[in-house]
Design a protein around this ligand. Structure first.
Ligand code: IPM
Ligand code: MG
Length: 355
């Protein structure tokens, strides 16, 4: 099995190096049989080959069992054409591999209770899994563009579209994972205004009939944003269209207080998956050994579980992270009084020692 490393931009190379060191340790000492490859994506690819997703990278990704991605984008490429933006590389990769199921857990590590901006009693026990549809919606809908109207005024336009089949397959993923959790799915839409999401609600409802043991509720996205702050522990699985999931997953992450801690998986119909921290490229701290590598290391754990069939190793990695936190080491983003601040490399080394 091949694992493709795509460091990308900003802090991407630093956190992917940390994730790769964990994979290498598992190969060297714990019998994991994989080969690591490296490729270019995002601004880093644009600088070298004029494309945010070179054909060579897509070919490498298609051959790989799993991909570990850092982050894409940054101010250096803010002025490039929309079709060549670093983010486009990630969007093309998702579409090219059919990675429609994005799993974004937002959990509160008990050791980090104090870092949430919300009151401890509001977030205690927080454990949400956002299941975000990743290949449809306004992200990919046509037509799109900026056009000049009669009279010379410009108009930007995008199209929110969802096919029944696209809704059905992501809904099934949500119900399936809910069965391994607290058996509750809250589907997010804006069915009071948008037809595309009225269809979403209808299809999710129909799929729900096949899962009578899972409780299904529906919530408008604006209300969901409010409930995530008021009573986040009321959610188990949140099933979302692409755009709403993008927004709500940042909100859910912020509620945990530690966006530097949260991993994600993007899966297709097969076993191939793309794994990445949910934080971005953080250009302001890039190259300064300040980034938190734990989201990437926990993404490696998700990779072991979902793509490499190595459940026991996944747990081993997660336990190593927990023990490091219990030992009091913190990167700057999660630092609190009474804990010891360390850099990216020292944090990764501490995890390797625990492993
Ligand atoms: C995310 C990011 C991406 C998205 C960007 C980088 C294209 O915000 O994964 O949430 O909008 O999906
Ligand atoms: Mg986002």
């Amino acid at each position: 099995m091949t694992v493709l490393l795509l460091p990308g931009d900003g802090i991407g190379p630093e956190v992917v190096a940390a994730g790769a060191s964990v994979l290498e340790a598992l190969v060297a000492r714990h019998g994991l049989q994989i080969t690591l490859e490296q490729g270019l994506i995002g601004g880093a690819a644009l600088d070298r080959s004029q494309r945010p997703l070179p054909a060579e990278t897509l070919a490498q990704a298609k051959r790989a069992q799993a991909i570990l991605l850092g982050a894409v984008g940054g101010p250096a490429w803010d002025r490039v054409d929309a079709s060549l933006r670093p983010e486009k590389g990630l969007l093309e990769l998702r579409a090219g591999l059919g990675l429609f199921a994005n799993l974004r857990p937002a959990t509160l590590h008990p050791e980090l209770g104090g870092v949430s901006p919300l009151k401890p009693e509001v977030v205690e026990g927080l454990d949400i899994l956002i299941v975000r549809e990743l290949c449809g919606d306004v992200y990919y809908g046509e037509p799109r563009g900026i056009r000049v109207l009669d009279g010379g005024e410009r108009q930007g336009y995008n199209t929110m579209v969802y096919r029944e089949g696209e809704i059905r397959r992501i809904a099934r993923v949500a119900f399936d994972v809910a069965r391994r959790r607290r058996r509750r799915v809250c589907s997010i839409d804006k069915a009071n205004v948008l037809e595309a999401t009225r269809l979403w609600r209808e299809v999710v409802q129909a799929v729900g009939q096949d899962f009578p043991d899972v409780e299904l509720t529906h919530m408008y996205v604006d209300n969901a944003a409010m409930q995530l702050v008021r009573q986040p522990t009321a959610f188990d699985v949140m099933l979302t269209p692409n755009m709403f999931g993008d927004i709500l997953s940042d909100l859910a992450a912020a509620v945990t207080g530690s966006i530097g801690m949260l991993p994600s998986a993007s899966l297709n119909q097969g076993a191939c998956g793309l794994y990445e921290p949910i934080h971005g490229s953080a250009p302001d701290i890039a190259g300064r050994d300040l980034a938190n590598p734990l989201a990437t290391i926990l993404s490696v754990a998700m990779m072991l579980r979902h793509s490499l069939g190595a459940q026991a190793l996944a747990e081993r990695v997660e336990q190593a992270v927990t023990r490091v936190l219990q030992g009091g080491l913190r990167t700057r983003d999660i630092h609190a009084p009474g804990t010891t601040e360390v850099g990216t490399r020292a944090m990764a080394e501490a995890v390797l020692r625990e492993l």
